[in-house]
Design a binder for this molecule. Sequence first.
Ligand code: ATP
Ligand code: MG
Length: 196
Amino acid sequence: MTKQRALLIIKPDGVQRGLIGKILSRFERVGLKIIGLKFIWANEKQIKDHYPSTEAWFKKVGERTLTNYAKKGLDAKKIFKTDDAVSIGKTVKQWLVDYMQQSPVFLVVVESFDVIEIVRKLSGNTIPVLAAPGTIRGDFSHDTIDLANEQSRPLRNIIHASDSVEDGEKEIKVWFKEDELFEYPRCDEKFMFGRQ
Ligand code: ATP
Ligand code: MG
């Protein structure tokens, strides 16, 4: 079994609310190794490269809105002028480009075994109001899709976490050069995992 890497981004709402230290400590205390850190003001190209532009991703994002609206009896056409999931997903991506430039963002690359499962578990559900207590999104936010969409903005859910090893590697390349990532031992690794 080999270690894997994941990218975390503390988004502008997390940075502007002064949550960087609290969030970072959650990943450190579970035993993930921080191998890269950066505090930058992102540009449009980086954000567009970071979030996927595939039909499947737009559809997933759009369907999140449609499912939520159906539950609440809301009409997507009122906000988006369409109920096509892909078009809604494209609009949300444009909102992300603006939102991610509202302040600097804090980038973290972490490494460990099963790192994707761990970062997703600690982050919690994408929709903060549905995120379990104890998760970052559940503990620090209760934003909802309809509130966000009504204000033409993405969900303020504090953190981005890679959702697969392949996507994580692609994302890391958007933000980091290989020589900005470090290999070193953590003193508790051998004790926790029986190996490094
Ligand atoms: P992230 O990629 O940021 O870790 P995620 O994987 O949980 O989040 P994605 O589907 O990749 O969720 O969406 C990326 C981000 O876009 C979300 O974190 C959220 O901020 C925003 N977002 C996604 N869907 C919607 C939506 N329907 N309405 C508003 N914002 C959305
Ligand atoms: Mg995602």
